[in-house]
Write a protein that binds this ligand. Structure first.
Ligand code: GRG
Length: 303
């Protein structure tokens, strides 16, 4: 007989609690201001606080916890990653890029604040992230340098920005699967890989484990992007009753346009399984990281 009491998984509670700690910490790290340029902080808070899922910071926390260390030291580095991610969304939405009207359930920053302010808000979040890392409490100088190197590489010319430039170039050329994969590895995958590598650095694991975790992050990031393409199409089918996604409206080549829905799902599932296989080789089973990975890629990854 049922007791009538629903059982909530400890992992759900763990991640809900950390998400709310991340939200509160972001609120403190980017406070409102009465300075003459207070509009900058108002705009940053508009873009940063609210409906973000906080996947990247949660991946940092989950990795540290899974490696048996106290996640407390990871809170500010995790938030620095979220600042970089939010900056990328602000710039990606600008009229000179995707020209999007809505983000995180509300009008995009440049629809609410003047476009120049939106651009500078992105710049502020980008630089503030590195300032926070350089002043992170409880971390040795060596660890701070490691984190700064990993994040600047992941967000830079060989990572996210490089991917975004390739994405712009791709609008005027035929994109094959190899090119599409490279774009998304850089544009989306690099920041996921950095999140998991942050966890490895903060948990002080040996370099082979750090590399293994970084590779897992790259696979998870790519699987996330493929599923984002899949979900974009499914959402559009539900809304319009036909298979034209917002990406297709924007004439963008995606995994779905290249491979179709089922094969794209299958590829995401393959990447997920291959990341799992690597994760199971770690000395202790990374339960919370595996749980979060399943959430990130989504139940739809099953084929
Ligand atoms: C403009 C420098 C610059 C970079 C742009 C990553 C990127 C490069 C742009 C983001 C635009 C985009 C839609 C990328 C695909 C990856 C993706 C689905 C991002 C959204 O991430 P979520 O779902 O968003 O984690 P929330 O709002 O939950 O944080």
């Amino acid at each position: 007989m049922s007791s009538g009491v629903s059982v909530v998984s400890p992992l759900i509670v763990f991640f809900e609690q950390w998400k709310s700690r991340i939200d509160n910490t972001l609120d403190n790290l980017v406070p409102a201001s009465h300075a003459p340029h207070q509009i900058l902080f108002e705009a940053a808070r508009y873009a940063l606080l609210g409906a973000g899922k906080r996947l990247r910071p949660l991946l940092v926390i989950a990795t540290v916890e899974s490696l048996g260390k106290d996640s407390e030291i990871a809170l500010i580095p995790a938030c620095a990653l979220e600042l970089i991610h939010t900056y990328s969304l602000i710039h990606d939405d600008l009229p000179c890029m995707d020209n999007d009207d809505f983000r995180r359930g509300k009008p995009t920053l440049h629809r609410v604040f003047p476009e120049g302010h939106a651009l500078l808000t992105g710049d502020y979040l980008l630089t503030h992230a590195f300032d926070l890392l350089s002043r992170c409490p409880m971390l040795s100088s060596d660890h701070k340098i490691d984190l700064i190197q990993v994040l600047s590489h992941a967000a830079g010319g060989e990572g996210m920005i490089g991917g975004q430039v390739m994405d712009l170039l791709a609008e005027t050329m035929n994109v094959d699967l190899e090119m599409m994969t490279l774009i998304h590895q850089k544009k989306t995958g690099a920041l996921f890989a950095a999140a998991i590598e942050f966890g490895a650095i903060l948990a002080h694991v040996p370099s082979e484990q750090r590399l293994l975790l970084k590779i897992c992050g790259e696979k998870i990031g790519l699987a996330f992007q493929i599923m984002d393409d899949v979900l974009d199409l499914i959402a559009s089918e539900k809304k319009h009753g036909k298979s034209i996604s917002s990406d297709q409206y924007n004439k963008k080549t995606t995994y779905v346009t290249l491979l179709g829905l089922e094969q794209s799902r299958h590829l995401a599932q393959q990447l997920y399984q291959s990341a799992l296989k690597l994760l199971y080789t770690l000395p202790r089973e990374p339960t919370s990281l595996i749980y979060l990975t399943e959430q990130v890629i989504g139940a739809d990854a099953s084929v």
